[in-house]
Design a protein. Structure first.
Length: 138
């Protein structure tokens, strides 16, 4: 498979280009990187598989875009990208993560609705609380 332009991949995935751009932005926020030519994303086979996995996850009830992207990255990303993501994740503090969520809240509400944005914050908080409890007990 040669490199695809956004329009071509959006057609292949049967989605609007605006949805593809939004999903790519969330994947990049999660640490995934896309190849670029002339400051535009170009997509290879691995990228198409990741985005197809996101699409499959999004078809499941109650799954947020952020959860779908993280799941797709964990399942489908190349090992070197997973390693890079793990290293980057370890470098970020919990506070920085919550700041990032809060800074993106306006966009998330706009694109996904308030219910999804609140659920995302609640999920992050519950994960943090569980991790914090485990650290105290361990």
């Amino acid at each position: 498979m040669s490199k695809l332009a956004p329009r071509e991949l959006a057609a292949e995935l049967e989605m609007p280009e605006s949805t593809l751009r939004r999903w790519c932005k969330v994947l990049e926020e999660a640490g995934y990187f896309f190849e670029r030519e002339q400051n535009r994303r170009v997509f290879g086979q691995q990228d198409a598989l990741i985005l197809q996995a996101v699409k499959q996850q999004m078809a499941m009830p109650g799954v947020t875009l952020e959860e779908a992207c993280l799941s797709a990255i964990q399942k489908r990303a190349a090992p070197e990208q997973r390693d890079k993501l793990a290293d980057e994740k370890a470098d970020h503090s919990d506070l920085a993560y919550f700041e990032q969520l809060l800074n993106g809240l306006k966009d998330r509400i706009y694109w996904s609705g308030s219910d999804v944005a609140v659920r995302e914050l609640q999920t992050a908080f519950h994960a943090w609380r569980l991790d914090y409890k485990n650290k105290l007990e361990g």
